[in-house]
Design a protein around this ligand. Structure first.
Ligand code: DX5
Ligand code: ZN
Length: 219
């Protein structure tokens, strides 16, 4: 089954909380976007310590779009809700140190690659991580962007070379999700396609449909 991680890209912890509440009972993990205004132009206004205020049963995957993950990744990983911390390959200089600290907290590390970043940049970081996340969009740090099909052959290339878990973030809808699953992604991060659903029932239907995509592929 494909794992669906609803993506929450909101400036304040209050808004993050509102969206998380909508997801209770629908998924087990939510993906929270964190931006520093440096690595990407957009910026979130909450701090690691604010996560404690989230009243939720969901686990959190934190997508750190920050310039110096070595300085902040462990702080973000500390909150008990957090199960996984994602850092960008383009920003990381010392994955060992980040991975050691996050793994010492019994949490997972994932590496994110932007469009255009060569897979060869992953050689050193994959052994330290449990997942690779491909960005499906050019304008990282923003929701509702157009999916770039040019990443599909790159995903396929990594799938053939490695058994690492592959996720895709950005521009995912029913059509692009199918394309990603076909080339080997098993985890999809989905923002506007889920939150634009007209009701919780419709959101559940969309999640169910995406989760079943691999089964459809095998038929
Ligand atoms: C963008 C974020 C994504 C974003 C996805 O850089 O990392 O997680 O929220 O939103 P959609 O699904 O609308 O592209
Ligand atoms: Zn994200």
């Amino acid at each position: 089954m494909i794992e669906i991680l609803p993506s929450i890209l909101e400036p304040t912890i209050e808004r993050v909380h509102e969206k998380i509440q909508m997801l209770e009972g629908l998924v087990t993990t939510a993906h929270i976007d964190v931006m520093d205004g440096v690595f990407v132009p957009s910026k979130t206004d909450f701090l690691p310590g604010d996560l404690v205020h989230l009243d939720t049963s969901l686990a959190l995957e934190l997508h750190l779009m920050v310039a110096e993950p070595e300085k902040v990744a462990a702080n973000w990983g500390r909150d008990s809700h957090v199960s996984r911390v994602l850092v960008h390959a383009e920003a990381v200089h010392d994955i060992d140190t980040i991975a050691d600290k996050i793994h010492a907290m019994n949490k997972q590390v994932g590496v994110v690659v932007n469009i255009g970043t060569s897979l060869s940049a992953l050689g050193e970081v994959i052994p330290h991580s449990q997942a690779v996340q491909f960005m499906g969009i050019h304008r990282v740090g923003f929701g509702g962007e157009h999916f770039e099909e040019s990443i599909l052959p790159v995903i396929r290339e990594l799938r053939r070379a490695s058994r690492v878990l592959i996720s895709v973030d950005g521009g995912i809808n029913a059509k692009t999700a199918q394309m990603c699953v076909k080339v080997g992604a098993t985890r999809l991060v989905v923002g506007s396609y889920l939150f634009n659903a007209s009701s919780k029932k419709e959101m559940r239907t969309r999640i169910d449909t995406l989760e079943r995509l691999d089964q459809e592929k095998e038929q």
